[in-house]
Design a protein around this ligand. Structure first.
Ligand code: NAP
Ligand code: ZN
Ligand code: ZN
Length: 351
């Protein structure tokens, strides 16, 4: 066992605060990582505040982890001490079910183990995430990171990157297509960059008119303020695919009506309370579809990291100190994130 320090929520309403705990001893298949940077996902906030009614406390969030390998078990073959490595949203799964067999560990039929808030197989305590100095993870769930020159900006790829890459691939986004991205936050800004790199024409929908210039710079060819009904109406029946990343309940019909016949809007945003029910006529008359998508499997996460390295894609980040996490959450709730907070873990170690 190794001593670890981190920041934890002890209940839904108290701010995150320093917390000491231990990591398991490095087993034969394990990699121990000294965490350098950890991105701040809106799911961290939903979890710390028990907005999904499933939080196990104490809760140490954080699943966008990059760091340096400091120890490896005797059976580890893919990593050595000194390597840069990444850990995303998953640290284990059953490895036996059909989904695991297909490399879709996030859909493990026996329940995957999340990097945080996951009950460990065989009982025991809940997993504790990346707002901490070290982590120990089975090498099967550790990712190789090749673009190491801007490491802090790579961290958000481990959740925001894969959560947007996976549905863009699943729904075969590519050249000649018109693709909508709803919400310019952590996930949304990655979706704009990745869909653009896949060759699609990207239209960004936002509730924040002041994000317009940024969206164009990030790769959108057009920006629509979703509250403006005339701007919305101009895009009726024209999208091949829409990826909706919004973290709050809202009217889905406004976007469904923009899809072509047979096209899909995939929801990745996971608000604490349901969206108003969509109007079925908007679906029936054009055979439109609403779908969902959960992060991505380990193989696809590696594919995404390699794709981003090849295309020079990283997140646009604002670096924060660990001590500023509670302020960062408040700003996230005001949609004031440009476009991902990343914690410099040196600030935790120094304190
Ligand atoms: P984020 O950085 O806070 O971005 C969310 C964006 O949604 C905001 O920046 C804002 O963009 C827009 N928005 C917020 N409130 C809104 C409202 N009331 N109406 C319309 N738009 C609103 O959050 P994130 O980290 O990208 O995460 C987004 C959601 O995805 C969260 O619910 C998170 O838990 C979920 N998530 C899901 C998965 C998955 O596997 N499916 C993985 C990771 C995260 P504008 O200012 O541009 O309008
Ligand atoms: Zn996340
Ligand atoms: Zn499984």
């Amino acid at each position: 066992m190794s001593k670890a320090i981190g920041y934890a929520a002890l209940d839904p309403s108290t701010p995150l605060a320093p917390y000491s705990f231990s990591r398991r001893a490095v087993g034969a298949n394990d990699v121990q990582i000294d965490i350098l940077y950890c991105g701040v996902c809106h799911s961290d906030l939903h979890t710390a505040r028990n907005e999904w009614n499933n939080t196990l406390y104490p809760s140490v969030p954080g699943h966008e982890i990059v760091g340096r390998v400091t120890a490896v078990g005797s059976a580890v073959s893919r990593f050595k001490v000194g390597d840069i490595a990444g850990v995303g949203c998953l640290v284990d799964s059953c490895r036996n079910c059909p989904s695991c067999g297909e490399g879709l560990e996030q859909y493990c039929e026996n329940g995957f183990v999340g990097t945080y808030n996951g009950p460990a197989f065989g009982g025991g305590e809940n997993t504790l995430g990346g707002y901490s100095d070290i982590i120990v993870v089975d090498e099967k769930f550790v990712l190789r990171v090749s673009h190491t020159d801007n490491l802090a900006a790579v961290a958000p790829l481990l959740c925001a990157g894969i959560t947007t890459y996976s549905p863009l691939r699943q729904w075969k986004v590519g050249p000649g297509q018109k693709v909508g991205v709803v919400g310019l936050g952590g996930l949304g800004h990655m979706a704009v960059k990745i869909a653009n790199a896949m060759g699609a024409k990207v239209v960004l929908f936002t509730t924040s008119p002041d994000k317009k210039e940024d969206a164009l710079r990030l790769g959108a060819s057009e920006v629509v303020v979703s509250k403006n009904q005339d701007e919305m109406a101009a895009h009726a029946n024209s999208f091949d695919f829409i990826l909706n990343t919004v973290a709050a309940p809202h009217n889905l019909d406004a976007f469904l009506n923009l899809l072509k016949r047979d096209a899909t809007m995939t929801l990745v945003g996971a608000p604490a309370s349901p969206h108003p029910s969509p109007n079925v006529f908007g679906l029936i008359f054009k055979r439109r579809r609403i779908a969902g998508s959960l992060i991505g499997g380990i193989a696809e996460t590696q594919e995404m990291l390699d794709f981003c390295a090849e295309h020079g894609i990283v997140a646009d980040i604002e670096m924060i100190r660990m001590q500023d996490i509670n302020d960062a959450y408040e700003r996230m709730l005001r949609s004031d994130v440009k476009y991902r907070f990343v914690i410099d873990m040196a600030t935790l170690k120094a304190a």
